[in-house]
Design a protein around this ligand. Structure first.
Ligand code: HAM
Length: 402
């Protein structure tokens, strides 16, 4: 076959796809527990939305967007992130008051592909709109943390910072600009081009990072309201017992952030892609895209990166494989009864030999084989030892006991 998946994209198939499926199920459960309703938004949006929402000088917008003219000559972009679209959807809905939305789906960035850095990747995330309360920030951060922990990832650090707001940010940006101008000669041409337009973005530059270690930090320039907000977030996390580390260098790569910024870092992954998720507050985003003032906070987690950090899959997608000694039609009837009882079971439809059916069961990594010849004989697939001989009506209760 001469076709390969496009560079930076993946086919997700079994057995890895089972961990993926369970992670997304877990996400449905956790996001629902915290009161987030599901949203499903367009995968492409008007290019302007991202230019104005995410920021024209961000790397995401300048280098990573899949932008094209459609047949009606409109410029559209495959969504590189979900926040701008979610805020647009809220504003378009005409709804008022707090709005809690959860999403799960593919996103697209033209990146240099490597493990954990894909051109098509999957995010799950939430947005909590029309509240400026720091308690919302804490709730959002808590959900991300609890969900990541529930997936089984243990080595995760939560990094926290505040990047100020429209009151204190201008003075900070000016002091950063002065600092960068003094070092212009040592900086990359790309960084120099950003000094006047958007100096905060220079701090994201990987090429320049080691020259900027003593750059002014937002934390030293916060106004009283931003400082109080940060204190309230920290207090809330402490009350909930969520460990965090303040990281004054954390600025995030998107322009819409104000005040709270955070990242979840999987300490076991390479530093280039060890952020399994990130988020923050974005009180000015709704206005930047032409809407009424609507404060908000949220995060997105990278499912591809969570998979990478979790390592080898542990659970098969089947509870049992049904090996029939009495042919596929009888197997169909028995499988149907077992499935009705909630057992994940599969069987051979082609009338293969018992030996061949055993081989398939092993290939599919089913932990148990139900051998059927008028009644069920349960066989451990690893040891091939018999575990029980039961009438059909007791087979399903055997599974629920195990
Ligand atoms: P982000 O930090 O750009 O934030 O992305 C969030 C997460 O998506 C990252 O931490 C990473 O795990 C994953 N991710 C991003 N790019 C890639 C990629 N190329 N390949 C694999 N995984 C990737 C946002 O997107 C914001 N919209 C988050 C947010 C929601 N802020 C407020 N609300």
């Amino acid at each position: 076959m001469s076709f390969q998946p496009p560079k930076g994209t993946d086919d997700i198939i079994a057995p890895e796809s089972q961990t993926w499926r369970e992670t997304l199920r877990l996400w449905e459960d956790w996001s629902e527990r915290y009161g987030y309703a599901l949203i499903s938004l367009p995968i492409f949006e008007s290019t302007d939305l991202f230019e104005r929402g995410v920021g024209e000088t961000t790397e995401v917008v300048t280098k990573q967007m899949y932008t094209f003219a459609d047949r009606g000559d409109r410029s559209v972009t495959l969504r590189p992130e979900g926040t701008a679209g979610a805020v647009r959807a809220y504003l378009n809905s005409g709804k008022q008051g707090v709005w809690k939305a959860a999403y799960s789906g593919p996103f697209f960035r033209y990146e240099r592909p490597q493990a954990g850095r894909r051109r098509q990747f999957w995010q799950v995330g939430v947005e909590y709109l029309d509240t400026a309360s720091p308690v919302a920030d804490v709730e959002v951060i808590e959900l991300g943390y609890r969900f990541i922990t529930a997936t089984g990832l243990s080595d995760v650090a939560l990094l926290l910072n505040s990047i100020g707001d429209q009151v204190c940010r201008p003075a900070y940006v000016e002091s950063l600009r002065r600092y960068l101008r003094e070092r212009e000669a040592q900086l990359s041409a790309e960084a120099v081009a950003l000094i006047e337009r958007n100096p905060l973005r220079v701090l994201d530059s990987k090429a320049d990072a080691d020259k900027l270690l003593d750059a002014p930090r937002t934390l030293d320039h916060l106004c009283a309201d931003c400082a109080d907000h940060l204190e309230a977030v920290k207090r809330g996390l402490e009350t909930l017992g969520i460990p965090y580390k303040e990281d004054p260098a954390l600025v995030r790569g998107l322009d819409y952030y104000t005040r709270t910024a955070f990242e979840y870092v999987a300490t076991g992954l390479d530093t280039a892609q060890n952020a399994v998720g990130g988020g923050g507050r974005y009180d000015g985003l709704a206005e930047a895209i032409g809407g009424r003032p609507t404060p908000g906070v949220g995060f997105a987690l990278g499912v591809d990166r969570i998979m990478l950090a979790l390592g080898d899959p542990v659970r098969p997608h089947l509870d049992a494989y049904l090996v029939s000694e009495t042919g596929p039609e009888e197997a169909l009837r028995v499988a149907s009864l077992l499935r009705e009882a909630g057992i994940r079971v599969d069987f051979d439809v082609d009338g293969r030999s018992v030996k061949a059916q055993f081989r398939t069961a092993r290939r599919l990594a089913a932990p148990v084989i139900v051998v059927w010849r008028g009644e069920g004989r349960l066989v451990d697939v690893q040891t091939e030892s018999e575990r029980a001989e039961l009438p059909l009506e007791e087979v399903s209760s055997w599974f629920s006991r195990e």
